[in-house]
Ligand binder design. Structure first.
Ligand SMILES: CC(C)(COP(=O)(O)OP(=O)(O)OC[C@H]1O[C@@H](n2cnc3c(N)ncnc32)[C@H](O)[C@@H]1OP(=O)(O)O)[C@@H](O)C(=O)NCCC(=O)NCCS
Length: 196
């Protein structure tokens, strides 16, 4: 069996184009909510699917979703529209990779296109023993790919810092201090723990 150091020396590289994936799906009435728009969960499921295909192709291995960067729904998607999800590898770490996904919705009658969201899935490659396994390096072939790689790396650094700050959140032990923090918030304390 190869050690991590041995694997490092034999790293292969794959270009972004090797795993670029486009998934197009018709939005049928069964996907809609009571307001007639497509459920956000349907779009999330399609994003997870396309992220998996793209990641597994680059990794040459089974992959799992580790995390999803903020998903903002910029515009509603209507029944009858064609939704296309364009996925490409933005960044590779050691065993993880970041898949960037741009989602476009198209009205086939008017040819009108709208950008409904962009998001980033972090996927981790797994070996046959379900252990994280190294992924191939990424060959960047144009400026856009270099920009996306650097942006993804920055997001990882920012997330690390954010996690550190979240872990550092202190809930005051004294009721009086808690009461001060709640001032101006739309809540009321309905138990005796925090005294006036
Ligand atoms: C994600 C998972 C593989 C991480 O496993 P782990 O034993 O913590 O592995 P490690 O700490 O060695 O991390 C492996 C890689 O994942 C990355 N990673 C781990 N947790 C992460 C997270 N929450 N967000 C982003 N990246 C993460 C690490 O940075 C590391 O990347 P690198 O090798 O490129 O440096 C593991 O927690 C898992 O299998 N989770 C369940 C995944 C799943 O079932 N997804 C579907 C959910 S519906």
């Amino acid at each position: 069996m190869e050690t991590r150091e041995q694997t490092e020396t034999t790293t292969i590289y794959k270009p972004v184009s090797f795993s670029e994936t486009i998934l197009t799906e018709l939005m049928i009435p069964a996907y809609s909510n009571f307001g007639g728009k497509i459920h956000g969960g349907i779009l999330l499921s399609l994003m997870d699917k396309v992220a998996y295909v793209c990641a597994a192709k680059h990794a040459g291995n089974y992959c799992v979703t580790a995390s999803i960067d903020t998903v903002n729904f910029l515009a509603p998607v209507e029944v009858g529209e064609l939704v296309s999800l364009m996925a490409s590898i933005n960044y590779v770490g050691n065993t993880s990779l970041v898949v960037g996904i741009r989602v476009i919705s198209e009205n086939v009658k008017t040819n009108q296109m709208k950008h409904t969201n962009t998001c980033y899935f972090t996927m981790v490659a797994k070996d046959d023993n379900n252990e994280p396994v190294q992924v191939p390096g990424l060959t960047l072939e144009n400026q856009e790919q270099v920009r996306r790689f650097i942006e993804a790396k920055s997001r990882i650094d920012i997330r690390r810092q954010y996690r550190k700050e979240l872990n550092g959140i202190n809930i005051p032990e004294k009721d009086e201090q808690c009461r001060l923090l709640l001032e101006g918030e739309r809540c009321r304390v309905a138990y005796n723990g925090i005294k006036k």
